[in-house]
Design a protein around this ligand. Sequence first.
Ligand SMILES: [Zn+2]
Length: 283
Amino acid sequence: MIHTIDLHYHAGLERQEGLTLKHYLEHAVMTGRRVLGITDHLDLYLRPQQVLTNPAYSQDLQGLLALRADLDNVRAEFPSLRLLFAPEVPPSFALADIPQPLVDAADYFICEADLAAASCSANTLSLQERFQEMAAFRAATGKPIFGAHPLRHAVNLHLVKAPIPPWLRELSLRESLVFTQAELRRFSRLDPVAVGQTAVECGIPLEINGNTWERARAANLPAPLSIMLAIYRIWQACGVQFVVGSDQHAIRRSVGRFGGAVPWEVCDALGIEASDIGFLEGI
Ligand SMILES: [Zn+2]
């Protein structure tokens, strides 16, 4: 029943216009969620690049704390949900800069890393350094934290934001999930083994992210999905702990109810069950 756990659910300023937190929580209940990590990117409040017209919360620390208060105000109306507050930290935001009132208000943090470098070694180092920063933050504050969508940059790079390269289009599907290290590195722009080992050393769980999986599925090519599974398997073999989240933003499209999903089929393929999400025990 892993689909009942969604630790990455955008429902503050990143809600669709005209919808309230209650709409998002009603959607969560209707779609089988039981454990819900409500998030928003904290820079949208603390260092806004864009000023929103008519925002539901002010774009400052008080606004982000107001989202937390909103959550507490409606909690009693959603007794089937375990509601958590989990701000998402963008790559450029140093964890030490998170204001103490927000640290106090958060149940846990979701942390992105800068993976925009062209080289595999630079990205790997960037991610390893972010894991170390995350571990130090957790030790200093006592707040749990996990690494967000470690394969999103790869999916965006190869499948979403540019023409899909011929080598990836021509890559054959490997039911056995056996790919060469060179193929895995070429796709992920990471050294998967080094990343997995450092995540374990630092005790940082990694996210299996629904939005990333959906983007990859939408490309209609089976091979990238099996590469992603192969990388998750490597991390699993290293001893990495996983968390799951949909990373859903919108819940409605022209056809009606249409949100994002917890990537439960990935967990099924990896043999990960709800009881394996040890991260929840630390919250
Ligand atoms: Zn997110």
